[in-house]
Design a protein around this ligand. Structure first.
Ligand code: UD1
Length: 429
């Protein structure tokens, strides 16, 4: 087990290249197994979540050929089981995409219940409702979800809540269902559009991704192809907050500025300068941020996955900031950690954090409660003079590729060191 040791207080400057989108990659890797042909996926982020999913895909018999760190070839023709019980699969959220993909491919799937970060109750009722509407019989028993259908048929589905996971999962399941499936009240995040574009590149007929209604005309089969994943909106947003919090000047390369609009607007509002180019953005900031109000919303609103990082920045704001989390009910676990640094943050109920900005924090040893919270703690430590330690960084490495290396290249003093014996706890036990 490792930890970050950070000597903070330096302004970070330089260039950082953003990796492929983790959450798009998870849908795309699962979607690739539907095809009985080679599918090449490029710009794959090399993070623990995608690597666990790839191991699970290999464990059910698919060919998984890692061409290089960021490219993989997958062929689902050799899959020999619809039962996914790979050791750690329930630790990642995206295991549920194998339900949709195997249901489409084989009409049968048994997958360990999904895990992921503990940021709320995270039910999957909308996924299962979608599968049932397509004609599958779905049961949950002994920690597994089982879905079976002799023949998937198109349906008209209205999601009760806007869900990224349910939208992608139903899209995967319906890709070869007979007739036209219509899914209403869908999520519109960039990675939904990316998964739809990927499936279309394999011969699927999906229209409307990025709007409230997706229409899927079932096709007989998918064919092989090559596809490059979009850049990660949340990794980019995180580095934008790093630049602002450290009063730095950072050029982020390999981004789609349109996907960052909500984050850019917030940073400009609190006093950062953001310049957008074709596939890069530059963030500079030379002052303490103004206070602000942040309300998380589905895309194109402010992403919940950027809420902790923005709070870490507003912890140093001038005045009182309000963070209203509307998507998940347990996403303020980082607050107790930031308080160890002297942050003045109060959590009111499950949806509101009130931040009285402080000018300077004090270095501390912090425990990472979940992936994005870990990024937030790192931001706070980078902006604070003195030696901070961030423990449990395996959470951070689920979703950030080479986080410490990328920060070092911007001038940060951050080292990854083994956790001293006696301090270790087995999170995945
Ligand atoms: C995905 C992302 C996660 C991000 C979240 C919101 C992946 C692997 N994870 O998670 O990083 O924070 O989108 O952008 O892509 N809900 C239900 N029933 C369902 C499904 C969801 O009630 O069947 C609720 C959830 O409890 C939550 C809201 O809908 O309150 C949104 O969840 P959803 O968009 O599904 O999040 P995930 O797909 O789990």
């Amino acid at each position: 087990m490792e930890q970050y040791v950070i000597s903070g207080g330096k302004s970070l400057a330089g260039e950082v290249t953003i990796s492929g989108a983790k959450n798009a990659a998870l849908g795309i890797l699962a979607g690739a197994i539907i095809c009985d042909d080679f599918v090449t996926i490029e710009n794959l982020p090399d993070v623990n979540d995608t690597n666990i999913l790839l191991e699970a895909i290999a464990a059910i018999g698919a060919v998984v050929d890692r061409v290089d760190r960021h490219t993989v070839r997958i062929n689902g023709a050799t899959i020999h089981t619809e039962m996914v019980d790979y050791d750690y699969i329930q630790k990642i959220r995206a295991s549920y995409y194998l339900l949709g993909a195997l249901l489409a491919k084989r009409g049968n799937a048994t997958v360990a219940m999904p895990g992921g970060c503990d940021i709320g109750s995270r039910p999957i009722d909308q996924h299962l409702k979608g599968f049932r509407a397509l004609g599958a019989k779905v049961t949950t028993e002994n920690g597994f979800v089982h879905a079976q259908a002799d023949h998937l048929r198109a349906s008209h589905i209205f999601l009760d809540v806007v869900s990224v996971g349910a939208t992608i999962n139903i899209m995967l399941a319906a890709v070869m269902a007979e007739g036209q499936t219509i899914i209403e009240n869908v999520a519109k995040e960039p990675h939904i559009v990316d998964v739809a574009n990927f499936l279309n590149s394999l011969g699927a007929n999906i229209k409307g991704a990025g709007t409230d209604v997706i229409r899927i005309r079932g096709v007989q089969k998918l064919h092989g192809n090559s596809y490059s994943i979009i850049p990660d909106q949340i990794e980019a947003g995180t580095f934008m907050c790093v630049a602002a919090a450290t009063k730095g000047d950072v050029l982020l390369k390999n981004v789609i500025p349109k996907h960052l609009e909500a984050i850019t607007a917030k940073l400009v509002e609190i006093g950062a300068e953001v310049n957008e180019y074709d596939d890069s953005v530059r963030v500079c900031c030379s002052r303490r941020p103004h206070a602000s109000t942040v309300k998380t919303r589905v895309y194109p609103g402010f992403p919940t996955d950027m809420q902790p990082q923005m709070a870490a920045l507003l912890m140093f704001g001038e005045g009182t900031s309000y963070i209203n989390e509307t998507i998940f009910e347990n996403r303020f676990k980082y607050v107790a950690e930031l308080r160890k640094m002297g942050a003045n943050i109060k959590v009111e109920g499950s949806q509101m954090a009130v931040i009285e900005g402080i000018e300077k924090a004090t270095a501390a040893t912090l425990d990472t409660p979940d992936l994005r919270a870990g990024a937030a703690l790192t931001i706070a430590a980078l902006a604070t003079e003195g030696r901070s330690v961030i423990r449990d960084i395996e959470y951070i490495e689920r979703g950030y590729e080479n986080f410490d290396e990328k920060l070092r290249a911007l001038g940060a003093s951050i080292e990854k060191t083994p956790v001293p014996a006696g301090r270790r706890k087995n999170k995945f036990a």
